[in-house]
Design a protein around this ligand. Structure first.
Ligand SMILES: NC(=O)c1ccc[n+]([C@@H]2O[C@H](COP(=O)([O-])OP(=O)(O)OC[C@H]3O[C@@H](n4cnc5c(N)ncnc54)[C@H](OP(=O)(O)O)[C@@H]3O)[C@@H](O)[C@H]2O)c1
Ligand SMILES: *[C@@H]1O[C@H](CO)[C@@H](O)[C@H](O)[C@H]1NC(C)=O
Ligand SMILES: *[C@@H]1O[C@H](CO)[C@@H](O)[C@H](O)[C@H]1NC(C)=O
Ligand SMILES: *[C@@H]1O[C@H](CO)[C@@H](O)[C@H](O)[C@H]1NC(C)=O
Length: 194
């Protein structure tokens, strides 16, 4: 518990589901934790349910992970208010219905921009922040079994979703290799699969 006191964790997609649960758990474990999403009011509701000492470590901030400018703005807030990122939980993800062959192209763009580009943008921020401070930290990519195989015979198509999630499997290895190339042993990159 003491180990993480004053350490800064960032959770993308903290307004619902797994991200909301991780946001809360990290605060309970002693982290200063910044929850990001578009529905900031839902993140604030989670904060308002906590005991005051836990709530005081929790912060809600707007970010649309599809947009690099939105990531820049949220990162500048985190960097100037809390001094950087020690732990990143890349979690914000979406799935859309339809067949890749003929579904609305906007839904394909949204899926890949959220699930893949969003992870890339935030990984770059966390890596830069850790490297510039020579800090010990962790970048965690919440992936899916569909990052390793495409489900067959389930009666519907998961369209662009596994395409984005396969990308995350490579993203983790690329980051680890780039850290290896610069001799950085302080940053761990892992992937969680559900
Ligand atoms: N649920 C499963 O069975 C399952 C299985 C395998 C993997 N996963 C993965 O686990 C992660 C979390 O899934 P979940 O089921 O907990 O999701 P969820 O309940 O649907 O929540 C998705 C979160 O992502 C955020 N989000 C979506 N688009 C965003 C954007 N453009 N910018 C910022 N935030 C955005 C949402 O916030 P706003 O809408 O407020 O922005 C929300 O907080 C995802 O990466 C998902 O692919 C889930
Ligand atoms: C695709 O979806 C977007 C956003 O929902 C919508 O604005 C657009 O009109 C749709 N395009 C087509 C061809 O249906
Ligand atoms: C974080 O802020 C410091 C102090 O202003 C600055 O030197 C540094 O470049 C910023 N980090 C990143 C990754 O932008
Ligand atoms: C960075 O941190 C590691 C271990 O924490 C240490 O061994 C190394 O000397 C540090 N590098 C610099 C340039 O301070």
């Amino acid at each position: 518990m003491e180990r993480w006191e004053d350490h800064v964790a960032v959770v993308t997609g903290a307004s619902s589901g797994m991200g909301a649960a991780i946001f809360e758990s990290l605060a309970l474990a002693g982290f200063i934790v910044i929850g990001l999403a578009r529905r900031v009011n839902l993140i604030q509701d989670i904060i308002d349910k906590q005991k005051p000492d836990v709530a005081s470590r929790m912060h809600a901030h707007y970010c649309d992970v599809r947009l690099p400018e939105s990531v820049d703005t949220a990162f500048e807030y985190i960097n100037s208010s809390f001094g950087g990122i020690d732990v990143l939980i890349n979690n914000a993800g979406i799935i859309r219905t339809g067949n890749l062959i003929d579904m609305n192209l906007t839904d394909i763009h949204d899926t890949i921009q959220t699930n893949l580009f969003g992870y890339i943008y935030w990984s770059r921020k966390a890596a830069a922040s850790l490297i510039e401070r020579n800090a010990t930290g962790h970048i965690i990519q919440i992936n899916s079994v569909t990052g390793f195989y495409v489900p067959r015979n389930v009666g519907f198509s998961v369209n662009a979703y596994p395409i984005s999630k396969f990308g995350l499997t490579a993203l983790k290895d690329v980051l680890a290799e780039e850290l290896n190339l610069i001799g950085n042993r302080n940053i761990k990159v892992t992937v969680s699969v559900f």
